[in-house]
Design a protein around this ligand. Structure first.
Ligand code: ZN
Length: 313
């Protein structure tokens, strides 16, 4: 399985920023020894693709370093480095290239960053400059055979930017399962929002997810964009939910099982993870990407037209 990654994911964030930038480097170190996984450097995304989902004026002001103080503060990741533009372009490019990878292979690919679901049409927010989920969904609809796309956002924070960008869009379905009392405090309207109380643990969370996935059976989508943030983890200081590492691993397996039963490809977007120590988040991301790589390898070895075993994994 190909996963897009560039050292600039870490190095493009200032070392004094509050954001735990080392999580990318640490995760890449862990995944380097996984034989089923190839880390590939993404190309920067083009301006043409950015403006499929964003206001050209906002895009140009970001690219030209002309965002206002207030706009930069709302995004965070500060103090900004000179590499913030290249970081953002490569990071967003990685998600688009992961899409092309899954379309080519029919399996799973992902970006070891992204899932920047707080970015709106003409402004960034909450560590997100551009909304890669939205850009990828719109790009996918240009491809033959993809008429309906599901964005399943299991990051602990609501996918508010994504919800707004696709409100009333007939071909992109947005589902967000998140903490009710967490950022963003002004929630937007996804096609389906599942707001969870603080302290929700493994069993309750996974029971709800099982019901959600069952309901999604009837949507008949041809592509899953999975925002797989691990910030529902108990150790996460921006989370307020109580999932264990094992609970998150089961969550991911349920999502992959569902996609296998639907026989659709999956693009993984990394999403949030802010545990103390950051190694707890990194471990949960290792579980995510190694499980995905295993699924991808299995999908490639399965003869065309056969179904995965029911309940396998
Ligand atoms: Zn989050």
């Amino acid at each position: 399985m190909v996963v897009f990654y560039d050292p600039i994911y870490t190095d493009g964030i200032h070392k004094e920023a509050r954001f735990p930038r080392d999580r990318y480097r640490l995760l890449a170190e862990h995944l380097a020894s996984c034989p089923e996984l190839e880390l590939r450097r993404p190309e920067p995304i083009s301006r043409d693709l950015l403006i499929t989902a964003h206001d050209p004026e906002y895009v140009d002001r970001f690219l030209g370093g002309r965002l206002s103080e207030k706009e930069m503060r709302r995004i965070g990741l500060r103090p900004w480095t000179e590499a913030i533009v290249e970081r953002t372009l490569r990071l967003t490019g990685g998600s688009v290239q992961a899409l092309h990878e899954v379309v080519r292979t029919g399996g799973v690919s992902g970006n070891m960053a992204g899932g920047t679901h707080h970015a709106f049409y003409a402004e960034g927010s909450g560590y997100c400059v551009f909304n890669d989920l939205a850009i990828v969904a719109l790009q996918a609809l240009e491809l033959p055979g993809i008429e309906q796309v599901l964005i399943l956002d299991l990051d602990v924070h609501q996918g508010d930017g994504t919800a707004t960008l696709f409100q009333h869009h007939p071909m992109v379905h947005t589902v967000s399962m998140h903490g009710a009392k967490n950022f963003p405090f002004r929630k937007q309207k996804s096609d389906w929002d599942i707001a969870l109380p603080n302290g929700t643990g493994d069993e309750e969370y996974l029971n709800i997810l099982a019901q959600v996935l069952e309901d999604l059976n009837s949507r008949h989508v041809q592509l899953l964009l999975y925002q797989a943030g691990v910030d529902p983890l108990e150790a996460d200081h921006l989370g307020h939910l109580n999932l264990s590492r094992q609970g998150l691993d089961r969550r991911n397996r349920m999502v992959f099982d569902w996609a296998e039963r639907q026989r659709i490809p999956v693009v993984i977007f990394m999403g949030g993870g802010y545990a103390t120590p950051i190694e707890r988040s990194v471990e949960a991301f290792v579980d995510l990407f190694t499980e995905a790589a295993r699924r991808h390898a299995r999908s490639r070895s399965r003869p065309e037209g056969t179904q995965p075993d029911e309940g396998d994994g």
